[in-house]
Design a protein around this ligand. Structure first.
Ligand SMILES: Nc1nc2c(ncn2[C@@H]2O[C@H](COP(=O)(O)OP(=O)(O)OP(=O)(O)O)[C@@H](O)[C@H]2O)c(=O)[nH]1
Ligand SMILES: [Mg+2]
Length: 458
């Protein structure tokens, strides 16, 4: 399908070695022009030791650029499905640039971001959702994001989609059968209630998949945890402690933090995104008021809220906070327990023993227990490598739209609409699901959007 041969540096600069990748029908011919051996007849999956040389045909001058190893891959047994090669050079910026320049002088073109993976997709080595998983795998920073990307790359999501497709096709054929023989009134091919049951099962399966998106997003971007409370209770001190960094300004002046400050840490392999907020108090200061509005917005977006107190909150304050955190985990945290005269029990607070912790952010007391409580509140299912978690907004969008079409099929079946009226929505459901794996013809614009987020060399 592609005729040009591409090259790019596949490794990050600064290492002891650098790998240059070449892919396309002319890979081995072009490489042989700058390598000390002829590779045009090299077998697949072989490694060759030799030199990259710059030669001048007129003066017969030869300059050795580097001592390298070349791995040779042959179509279709390569990452891209094309003839390709990888040159392991020494990691000098000079060498790597020189080798790339030589390849380009001899007929290669610089690869675009993600172009190797795009070729792998176009050559049928993987479907679109697997290609996207490659980018996620490269970007994975912890066990959870790695597991999700690996599951998708290994095709677990694709095979669930294939199952759905099979069921939808079965449904389509049952409806078509009904159409073909609709003249024969005495024949009943598909029991409508059975069709309805099958459709509902598919719809529930898609809904289940779509629902995993929230977890997927949280794991990918970090589970949002808002640190809130009155001014001066030590919110910024706690943030700094958790991050082990002087990220936010701490002072004993009330209203020090004006804007929200965010950063992530990992607890047991899960990323949490902590948001320090402006302290809540009555104020006439306009900037501070905006900051406090942002505090409420941060609570809305958070999955876990750490409410810091250093004295007993009133019943109405407690009721308000519980109301704001109805659908989240609220942890009430007494800070500054190192201070003389710090209260050791609160009569108003309900018996939420598991959600009440005592710490000193300044003296680092009770922080391990706090981290454990945060981790438990996140209520993350332990992921298996085969678990399918939807992590891409593109996939989530397609699943949601597919279900809208399917819902119309369900409505139609319930209203006893004829099969030909239903089959159009059924076809749309199939097409929409196929967008995820790229089984449908995927517009260039969509492909461009997906692959432009890759690094060059992948
Ligand atoms: N004794 C003691 N002092 C603390 C503790 N945590 C914070 N402080 C002090 O309390 C003061 C306020 O701390 P900050 O972290 O700036 O408080 P904040 O809640 O971010 O305040 P605002 O940003 O103004 O809302 C500082 O002087 C801190 O050193 C603690 O655990 N014990
Ligand atoms: Mg602060």
């Amino acid at each position: 399908m592609t005729t040009d041969t591409i090259c790019a540096l596949a490794t990050a600069p600064g290492g002891a070695l650098g790998i240059i990748r070449i892919s396309g029908p002319q890979s081995l011919e072009i490489l042989s022009r700058i390598f000390s051996k002829d590779l045009t007849t090299a077998q697949r999956n072989t490694v060759h030791y030799g030199h990259i040389v710059e030669s001048d045909a007129v003066s017969q001058y030869q300059n050795i650029i580097d001592e390298v190893l070349v791995s040779v891959f042959r179509t279709p047994h390569s990452y891209t499905g094309e003839d390709s090669a990888e040159i392991s050079c020494h990691g000098s910026r000079y060498i790597l640039n020189k080798v790339l320049a030589l390849l380009i002088q001899n007929g290669c073109r610089m690869a675009n971001p993600g172009e190797y993976t795009q070729r792998a997709y176009l050559n049928g080595k993987m479907d679109l959702s697997q290609a996207e998983a490659v980018a996620d795998l490269i970007a994975s920073t912890n066990k959870a994001t790695h597991q999700m990307a690996m599951s998708q790359l290994r095709g677990h999501f694709s095979s669930e989609l294939a199952q759905l497709r099979e069921q939808l096709l079965k449904l389509t054929s049952l409806l078509e059968l009904e159409l073909d023989f609709s003249d024969h009134e005495d024949l009943e091919f598909a029991d409508r209630s059975e069709l309805l049951e099958l459709t509902t099962t598919i719809e529930q399966h898609i809904t289940r998949l779509a629902k995993t998106f929230e977890t997927g997003q949280a794991l990918k971007q970090g589970i949002p945890v808002a640190i809130v409370g009155k001014t001066n209770v030590g919110k910024s001190t706690l943030l700094n402690r958790l991050l082990k960094d002087d990220r936010a300004i701490v002072s004993d002046i009330h209203g020090t933090t004006r804007d929200t400050i965010e950063d992530t840490i990992e607890i047991n392999g899960i990323t949490f995104r902590f948001i320090d907020t402006a302290g809540i108090r009555q104020t006439t200061d306009e900037v501070e008021q905006i900051g406090i509005a942002r505090t409420y917005a941060a609570i809305d977006k958070a999955r876990i809220v750490l409410w810091l107190i250093d004295s007993e909150p009133s019943e109405s304050e407690l009721a308000e906070m519980q109301d704001r955190c109805k659908d989240k985990s609220l942890l009430i945290i007494q800070n500054k327990i190192d201070k003389e005269g710090a209260p050791d029990h609160f009569s108003h607070l309900p018996l939420l023993t598991s959600h009440f912790l005592r710490i000193s952010a300044k003296k680092a007391i009770g922080l391990d227990a706090l981290e454990s409580a945060i981790y438990e509140s996140a209520d993350i299912p332990t992921l298996q490598q085969s678990d399918v978690i939807v992590t891409s907004a593109r996939h989530y969008d397609a699943l949601t739209r597919a279900n809208e079409h399917l819902q119309r099929v369900i409505d139609g079946l319930q209203q006893q609409l004829s099969g030909d009226l239903l089959s159009e929505d059924l076809r749309l459901t199939l097409d929409t699901l196929a967008e995820i794996t790229g089984g449908q013809i995927t517009p260039n614009e969509v492909l461009g959007n997906i692959f432009s987020h890759f690094c060059v060399g992948k």
